[in-house]
Ligand binder design. Structure first.
Ligand SMILES: Cc1cc2nc3c(=O)[nH]c(=O)nc-3n(C[C@H](O)[C@H](O)[C@H](O)COP(=O)(O)OP(=O)(O)OC[C@H]3O[C@@H](n4cnc5c(N)ncnc54)[C@H](O)[C@@H]3O)c2cc1C
Length: 479
């Protein structure tokens, strides 16, 4: 009996896809950069079925690649020859919300948007805001420790997960489905699985913390004279609002122009010329800040207007458009959320998802540009990002148009050397996947890397969990 027929008998005929046409949509990522292959796609319905699959795979030495919504941008869920893709799409149940504890328990294949919507009747939501919310799953969000727009208020996915259930490569089920906010009973096994990109096991369920749905937003697009002024503006907004900032997104003119080139129906955010643009948003969680006054304006909108006015006087803001109504707000967000699609349509970039301490970001931008142009005079740079977290999505086309492997390697060396020198990270929120394990092996602290390998060997001695993602085989790393 082949492993496929054994699994068909154990988890059902329709749960094991082997026909190329049936498997096609699981094998190609949405950017088109990552195209994989697999011996089968498995679609279990229960944790017990996941355990059955992993036991079979461990016995046979077959690689397992967990897959949620396949929206990751580093090729972490891309199939490999001879591997099983384990899709969580049929494990999408969401339990009734615990409105008192403000938690929700769901299966790993539930989409982020579905979990958010489950909280809405209770005035609650899961405050992770990323463009892929309709397709990405809780398992994928946790496995990549996703961030998004409002990390500066709510933290990243790790900070919003209270507990989880996972299946280890030998089929052992770890029930760490805690609803507790305090639990000091030893190693943080939950945190081991979060950000592991499917290399230690399969997350099957999670308990997520919910927060109140914002009752009103105040949104603006502003231009600033430079990144130091942007930092001063962020501090002014945070201090002046008592921490109501939910988005502080860097949107330079070059990025806005590129996006509008691909989506010309999105209105220009400002009439005046500018180099540095920002999408900023405050969110009101209380009626006190959200209820409109006699003039129809909400206190949170009045506060944003007042704070931007003061920043304008201080010279930290050059111009600003305040969104009047949900239509204008929607246009500003559509501009921001179309960035990845527009840059993908533009061509192939060397992409970085870097973070630096906030105070070093302005110097990084100047130094990176100078270092790149010194050696690649025609390099094109595109930058957008979650500035409030020091996280830049920094992309470079080393030569105009087409793809140049040597230029890409040089770009990576220049940018990542500088990121390392300035105390930054090569992956802020997207993960390592199959995109950057070599760079991680070269640049991560040797002691930390060695401990990561020791954990991997101990949890997954046969190396069946997502091989090739995150960690290179230890032998390859030493060579
Ligand atoms: C338009 C767009 C915008 C985005 N914006 C952001 C953003 O602002 N911030 C951000 O952080 N990310 C962003 N992302 C990328 C983001 O990482 C993913 O959208 C999401 O976190 C991945 O979820 P997924 O279910 O699609 O995972 P997949 O792509 O299916 O998998 C991602 C990784 O997790 C592993 N994995 C998946 N499910 C499990 C599981 N149950 N158990 C163990 N391992 C698992 C996979 O093996 C893979 O290594 C964006 C993506 C898109 C397409």
């Amino acid at each position: 009996m082949t492993p496929e027929t054994e699994l068909q008998a154990a988890i059902g005929q329709g749960a094991v896809l082997t026909e190329p046409a049936d498997m096609a949509r699981y094998l190609r990522d949405w950017t088109g950069v990552w195209q994989g292959t697999a011996r089968a796609v498995l679609r279990p319905r229960t944790t017990a079925e996941v355990a059955t699959i992993l036991k079979c795979a461990a016995r046979e030495g077959i690689a397992i690649i967990p897959q949620g919504g396949n929206t990751g941008v580093c090729g972490g869920a891309t199939g490999q020859p001879g591997a099983f893709i384990l899709s969580l799409e049929r494990m999408a149940a969401i339990a009734p919300v615990n409105a008192v504890a403000r938690t929700v328990t769901c299966e790993a294949g539930a989409t982020l948007e579905a979990v958010q919507q489950a909280g809405h009747p209770h005035g609650l939501t899961l405050p992770i805001e990323i463009g892929a919310r309709g397709s990405c799953t809780i398992g994928g969000v946790l496995s990549t420790n996703a961030g998004g727009y409002n990390v500066l208020r709510y933290g990243n996915a790790r900070g919003l997960c209270l507990g989880l259930e996972a299946v280890l490569p030998d089929g052992t089920v770890i029930d760490a489905l805690s609803e507790l906010r305090k639990d000091n009973t030893g190693y943080a096994l939950r945190d081991l699985m979060i950000g592991a990109e499917g290399t230690l096991g399969v997350i099957t369920k999670a308990v997520m913390a919910l927060h109140p749905v914002a009752l009103a937003h105040a949104t603006a697009f502003v231009s600033v004279p430079g990144l130091e002024a942007a930092q001063a503006l962020l501090a002014r907004l945070q201090n002046g609002s008592g921490g109501m900032v939910e988005a502080f997104e860097l949107m330079p003119a070059h990025a806005v122009n590129m996006i509008r080139g691909h989506f010309p129906d999105i209105p220009a955010p400002l009439d005046s010329p500018y180099e540095w643009g920002l999408l900023v948003e405050l969110a009101a969680l209380s009626q006190r800040d959200a209820a409109p006054g006699p003039d129809g304006q909400t206190p949170v909108a009045a506060l944003l207007e007042e704070l931007l006015g003061a920043a304008l006087e201080a010279g930290d803001v050059l111009d600003a458009t305040l969104a009047r109504g949900e239509g204008q707000r929607g246009n500003l967000w559509r501009l921001r959320e179309s960035s990845l699609a527009a840059s993908t349509a533009e061509g192939r970039w060397v992409r970085f998802d870097i973070a630096l301490p906030l105070d070093r970001l302005p110097a990084f931008v100047v130094r990176a540009r100078a270092a790149l142009h010194a050696r690649l005079p025609e390099a094109r740079i595109n930058m957008i990002g979650h500035l409030g977290d020091g996280n830049l999505h920094y992309s470079v086309m080393p030569v105009p148009g087409g793809w140049d492997a040597a230029g890409a390697a040089l770009t990576e060396e220049i940018v990542l050397d500088l990121v390392g020198e300035m105390g930054g990270t090569m992956s802020a929120e997207h993960g390592i996947g199959r995109h950057k394990p070599q760079a991680l092996a070269q640049r991560k602290d040797a002691g930390a890397l060695s401990l990561m390998h020791a954990i991997k060997r101990s949890v997954d001695p046969r190396g069946i969990m997502n091989p090739g993602a995150l960690l290179l085989p230890a032998a390859e790393e030493r060579s």
